[in-house]
Design a binder for this molecule. Structure first.
Ligand SMILES: [Zn+2]
Length: 264
């Protein structure tokens, strides 16, 4: 795998000089962006420079064909987000409309349980995509009915309707129903404990493979028992088996990415 950092900073002649000394050539003014692979010989010096300079650093991982072919489970991650859950967007109205909040903690975001269909403003503008995530809801995926019947239904994944704010069922989108939950091996993950409810969540995995599963799910799609996130946001990880990942690739479904789960 290649671990790639996308670095952005507002340049000055001084910053230009510091980067040139590390072998990176950028302009002397304006916002500059460059990518560097952790395998680069100057990476350790650059990492120190990033920490010192306060540059923005977005990390991503490119997995090899072999790593993708050998994994038996994958974390399913959004390639885009489209729209906000409804109603009453300005006051997070979806939380009351869609979820039971008995065990919800506003401070850390843990504990929402879905009780009703999601609502969207209107039919999604899918473009060339076939799978989407809403903003704020990072542990649910929505697909076109076609993607559900070609990819998910054959793999035993159910779906439920999505409504508009008047309660009319939308025709071009369904929610995937993910009931199974599986634990992950959390050793080595950065953890945050909520001061109010004392439950824990883990820092989202953005670098390298997803942590190993504690057991093999009996289904082909599952959520993690553990929550991930930071601040007031918490979500479970969404996992798909090799069969689902292959079906997504075979059907050329756009809108989500897969991250291999590390074997135990
Ligand atoms: Zn809490």
């Amino acid at each position: 795998m290649q671990i790639i950092h996308r670095i952005s900073i507002s340049s000055t002649p001084e910053i230009r000089g510091e980067l040139a000394a590390l072998g990176v050539i950028v302009g002397a003014s304006g916002l500059v962006t460059f990518e560097v692979d952790e395998a680069h010989e100057a990476w350790s010096a650059l990492r120190q420079w990033i920490a010192k300079s306060g540059a923005a650093d977005i990390v991503s991982t490119k997995f090899s064909e072999r790593e993708l072919a050998e994994a038996s489970w994958f974390a399913l991650e959004p390639g885009w987000h489209h729209g906000y859950p409804q109603p009453i967007e300005a006051h997070f109205g979806y939380r009351d409309a869609t979820y039971a909040k008995a065990s919800f903690c506003e401070q850390c975001g843990i504990g929402l349980e879905q009780k009703a269909p999601f609502q969207m403003k209107s039919e999604p503008r899918w473009g060339r995509n076939g799978i989407l995530q809403l903003y704020w809801v990072f542990d649910e995926f929505f697909v076109t009915p076609e993607v559900w019947s070609t990819v998910f239904n054959p793999n035993g994944v159910g779906c439920r309707p999505v409504l508009d704010v008047d309660g009319t069922e939308l025709k071009t989108v369904v929610q995937l129903v993910i009931q199974e939950q599986v634990g992950v091996v959390v050793m080595g993950l950065e953890v945050e404990r909520c001061a109010r409810c004392e439950r824990v969540k883990y820092f989202p995995v953005t670098r390298g493979a997803f942590p190993p599963l504690a057991s093999e799910p009996p289904t082909r799609m599952a959520k993690t028992r553990e929550y991930f996130g930071s601040g007031a946001s918490a979500h479970k990880g969404v996992l798909v088996s090799r069969e689902v990942a292959r079906a997504l690739a075979a059907e050329k479904v756009r809108g989500a990415l897969v991250r291999p789960v590390r074997e135990r």
